[in-house]
Design a protein around this ligand. Structure first.
Ligand SMILES: *Cc1c(COP(=O)(O)O)cnc(C)c1O
Ligand SMILES: [Zn+2]
Length: 475
């Protein structure tokens, strides 16, 4: 449906165009243009498609037939295997480094911790991506578009994982140069080490993520650098495929709940768009519920959605409470603060798209403390493959929603584990340490009182007898 043909100027072959998310505006733009906001009203943009001309399969299980084509890198990709559901670039131009080979684990022991019946809790390990976080799902899509646009430099502001992902795509494909902006002292060593090792130009500014975000937008505008933050609508197209893979792993059955940590709200926005489209295509008959989990130290979405009643409202989002809340944060110099650094964000850029997802998926928002996040993280580690702190917010949130009775023990729940265990070893070691100073410095300062699920190293004299006795005592 091309409503404003005067700005939208697609070529015959382009199925995709960019469209303002504000229904009262509805401006459309060519897919072959670089923009992160609507020229007319300033709102966020979506990628929209002329689906009538697209080759959407008649049932989801049709995607299984492409498994046999895995020797083709594009079909090996867990993102581009679903190209028919994000057809914004020709097959020959798709960029991949082998992203999206991720696992959905039935995690009964974690399920017991959450309060679920056996067989009902699933963990989606997006940390298994090449750069160790879900960001690769979006980055392959953004870099594909950047390359189509002839970009020679791409930039992002990052709490760590977006920069690690961009740096990896730039080094592995050699298509463009990565320029990354990070706040000072707010990035874990695991993530910083990746950006440095992959050779990205790394600009550390004196400020936090929200400051870095403002600067990178200015600089990209000024220098014509391609911006890959999640205001980039192409990136979010790639992130839709996380949901396609969840469905695939559940043999195309729709779960009851998707639980995801919320930072800049790109993921939750992409999930909402994925399910809206699947439902429109008639590929699913119902839509799961969405739970977005904030850290208590970075709880803007929770505050606005659950406390101040801000809603999507058919696209007419009431801006007054949002402006007022931003003013309050400014007046009190409120800075986001949580051990879950990947979601330590106070001004989520995708707020409106997330409100749309919450609307379409009958969603809820909760906040969890750093204590709850770290306890959940320890249970995930002990019952599965581990994750970084932000990811465990999903499991802590599911546990809270179980306790409230919002999630039933018989529901089928999928928690998205967004990043790899090794992204932030400092937090993990501080939780399990026997050194009270280490604990206090990293966690105690954030209100974490005790590590109930710690697995502490046992100190033993360097004597064979003592070592043998210790093993017999503990294992
Ligand atoms: C980026 C990130 C998040 C937050 O995702 P949004 O899409 O910004 O809400 C959560 N966890 C990890 C590990 C991340 O890297
Ligand atoms: Zn607009």
């Amino acid at each position: 449906m091309l409503q404003t043909a005067q700005v939208h100027n697609a070529t015959q072959t382009d199925l995709a165009y960019q469209k303002c998310i504000n229904p009262a505006c509805g401006a459309t733009y060519d897919a072959r243009s670089v923009r992160t906001a609507c020229d007319r009203c300033g709102d966020l943009l979506d990628i929209a498609y002329d689906w009538d001309r697209a080759a959407v399969p008649s049932k989801l299980s049709d995607f299984e037939s492409t498994w046999s084509q895995r020797t083709d890198p594009v079909r090996f990709s867990g993102v581009w295997r679903f190209h028919e559901l994000l057809p914004f670039a020709p097959q020959k131009d798709l960029v991949t480094v082998g992203e999206g080979q991720t696992l959905l684990q039935q995690a009964d022991r974690v399920g017991q911790f959450v309060g679920m019946n056996d067989g009902q809790l699933f963990l989606q390990y997006e940390g298994m991506n090449p750069s160790g976080s879900f960001k690769d799902n979006g980055m392959c899509a953004a870099v594909t578009h950047a390359n189509l646009m002839g970009a020679k430099r791409a930039a992002c502001a990052s709490t760590g994982n977006t920069s690690a992902s961009l740096a990896l795509y730039c080094s592995a494909t050699n298509l463009m140069k990565a320029v990354i902006f990070i706040g000072s002292g707010k990035i874990s060593y695991g993530k910083l080490s990746q950006a440095l090792d992959y050779g990205a130009l790394t600009i550390q500014i004196a400020g936090d993520f929200d400051d870095a975000m403002i600067r990178v937008r200015q600089v990209s505008q000024e220098l014509g650098i391609y911006l890959v933050n999640s205001v980039n609508p192409f990136r979010l197209e790639g992130q839709k495929t996380i949901m396609f893979r969840v469905l695939e792993a559940l043999r195309w059955q729709v779960p009851d709940w998707i639980v995801v940590p919320g930072g800049n709200l790109g993921n939750s926005s992409a999930f909402g768009k994925a399910f809206i489209e699947l439902h429109q295509h008639g590929l699913i008959d119902r839509i799961p519920r969405l739970a977005v989990i904030n850290a208590a130290g970075a709880d803007t979405l929770y505050e606005l959605f659950e406390r101040r009643g801000v809603r999507w409202n058919g696209g007419q989002v009431g801006m007054d409470p949002i402006v007022q809340y931003n003013d309050e944060m400014d007046r009190h110099s409120k800075k986001a603060d949580t051990i879950a650094s990947a979601i330590e964000i106070n001004r989520p850029v995708n707020l409106k798209k997330c409100l749309r997802a919450l609307d379409a998926m009958n969603g809820v928002v909760r906040q969890v403390s750093d204590q709850e996040i770290l306890d959940a993280k320890a249970r995930v580690g002990a019952g599965g493959f581990g994750c970084e702190p932000a990811s465990a917010a999903s499991v802590a949130g599911a546990k809270l929603l179980r306790r409230e009775g919002v999630i039933a023990p018989s529901d089928r729940v999928v928690c998205i584990l967004t990043g790899h265990e090794l992204k932030d070893p400092t937090a993990t070691v501080a939780y399990h340490t026997t050194d009270q100073d280490v604990f206090n410095k990293t966690l105690g300062s954030r209100g974490v009182k005790k590590a109930s699920f710690a697995n502490r190293a046992v100190a033993v004299p360097n004597e064979l007898d003592d070592i043998i006795k210790t093993i017999q005592l503990y294992a």
